[in-house]
Ligand binder design. Structure first.
Ligand code: F0G
Length: 460
């Protein structure tokens, strides 16, 4: 008989090199956030105690990744580091062409420069903001076709990242000629870090086949998605995660990747695909902006670190810890009565700020108000994903976003359970006086992507 698992989420690593955190007082933080125009993107990072702004590029590299950095070969053309990188990518994603880029959006820019254009429409479960922006920049339309459950924060559907297959079929029937490719984002970041099931991806593949369409994965969080498949989708509980990842890849014609997420890099990305002619176009564009095809936007040492990171990303002990530790935060908040998007996603916990700060109108930015309070109270930096981010429409008018969320994104292998316990305490303290938090108004904003630079002031 096996014993029950321990309650503590033990980190499957020891600390090898430490980075000091700067302790600040609440008074200092109130001053800092005021000086930053109440915009957390404008804060100097030293003013932040626990930085949950993003899980992108903020993870800790391993001893073996730092060792791999020493192995980097900086030859302009044909560096052996490229081939080590390419083979590590292909071990999980066996595409013919692997094109390194400096990060995910560079891969998107190249792909949609070739495939996009006015009159085209690109469906996705939910486009991440840079994917949407890169599609729209070409004049094409970016369409989100995620299942309806994704819009219900309380739905416990195990694969809320799934594509609405009937809606995809309808689109392909009505506007098939305008669709250059179908994309699926794993996990669905903008929808709460929710996974896509293998069954759903197989159905997307079948639909693409029926209409002769290319299928691309936006695969940033492929390992977390594969872990969810292993733990939630019937019939996969005994499988090796790497094997599940290979099956995900086998269903697609190509992928874009931000290696700043699951591949455990601080920088990097790639575009991979099978089609020779498309790859030729993409490589030509790569040379214009990123670099020669054997390094793309990266140094040889980065390519080596990513090759090693990819091997670590599919380690079961790591993934078990990763998903459990994110769940640990989410479950603790839920237990404290703080409304969070269910089920808890892979890389982040999303607080439903509209529900928690129900005294505020969405146009008083409850997500922004909550994020500022978390920072002032405990030095925790999070990210508003709501009306500040999505409320401004192309015609200049403003309306409430579908949800007002605050994302607590968890950098990989960076914070310990006691850091997270502290975050939980900060959230509880803020939630206890949520009804007193002021709303905000925007004092100045740029024409696009306003959340990065807008300045705010408290209402009243
Ligand atoms: N696709 C998804 C699903 C992402 O989450 C991101 C980045 C990108 C593409 C773009 O990759 O940053 O390397 O250019 N997401 C980060 C975040 C920024 O905070 O969620 P990139």
């Amino acid at each position: 008989m096996s014993e029950p698992p321990f309650r503590t989420v033990i980190e499957p690593f020891r600390i090898h090199s430490v980075e000091p955190m700067v302790m600040t007082t609440a008074e200092q933080r109130r001053e800092a956030v005021r000086a930053a125009g109440f915009n957390l993107f404008q804060l100097p990072a030293q003013e932040v105690l626990i930085d949950l702004l993003t899980d992108s590029g903020t993870g800790a590299m391993s001893r073996d990744q730092w060792a791999a950095i020493q192995h980097g070969d900086e030859s302009y053309a044909g560096s052996p580091s490229f081939f080590i990188f390419r083979d590590a990518v292909r071990d999980l994603f066996p595409f013919e062409h692997v094109i390194p880029t400096h990060q995910g959006r560079a891969a998107e820019k190249i792909l949609f420069t070739v495939l996009g254009g006015p009159g085209k429409v690109v469906p996705n479960n939910t486009h991440f903001d840079t994917t949407r922006a890169n599609v729209e920049f070409t004049g094409a339309e970016a369409l989100d076709l995620v299942i309806a459950e994704a819009h219900d924060a309380r739905s416990e559907h195990p694969f809320k990242g799934n594509m609405d297959i009937a809606a995809l079929e309808r689109l392909l029937q009505e506007r098939g000629d305008d669709v250059p490719c179908v994309m699926v984002t794993v996990t669905n970041n903008s929808g709460g870090g929710q996974p896509v099931s293998l069954e759903n991806l197989r159905a997307v593949r079948a639909t693409c086949d029926a209409f002769g369409k290319l299928l691309f994965l936006d695969a940033c969080r492929f390992a977390e998605n594969a872990w969810f498949i292993r733990s939630r989708e019937p019939g996969h509980g005994e499988r090796d995660v790497a094997d599940i990842v290979r099956e995900l890849a086998s269903l697609a014609d190509g992928m874009t990747m931000s290696a700043k997420k699951d591949p455990l890099g601080n920088i990097g990305g790639w575009l991979a695909l099978d089609d020779d002619e498309l790859a030729l176009h993409c490589r030509n564009l790569l040379i214009l902006t990123e670099g020669f095809p054997t390094y793309g936007g990266l140094a040889g040492r980065d390519l080596e670190a990513l090759a090693q990171g990819l091997r670590e990303a599919v380690d079961h002990d790591y993934l078990r810890y990763r998903i459990r530790s994110t769940g640990y935060l989410g479950d603790a908040l839920a237990q404290a009565g703080i409304p969070v998007v269910r089920p808890i996603g892979g890389h982040a916990v999303y607080i439903d700020a509209r529900a928690l700060l129900s005294h505020l109108d969405p146009l008083e930015y409850p997500g922004q108000a909550l994020a500022i309070a978390l920072y002032e109270t405990g030095g925790v930096r999070s990210c508003e994903i709501g009306t500040v981010m999505f409320g401004r429409r192309p015609d200049g008018s403003e309306r409430a976003a579908a949800m007002d969320l605050v994302r607590l994104a968890i950098p990989r292998r960076t914070y310990t359970q006691s850091h997270i316990d502290y975050v939980i305490e900060v959230c509880e303290r803020v939630a206890a006086r949520a009804g007193d938090l002021p709303g905000y108004r925007i004092v100045s904003e740029p024409p696009v992507l306003r959340h990065f630079t807008a300045e705010f002031e408290p209402v009243g």
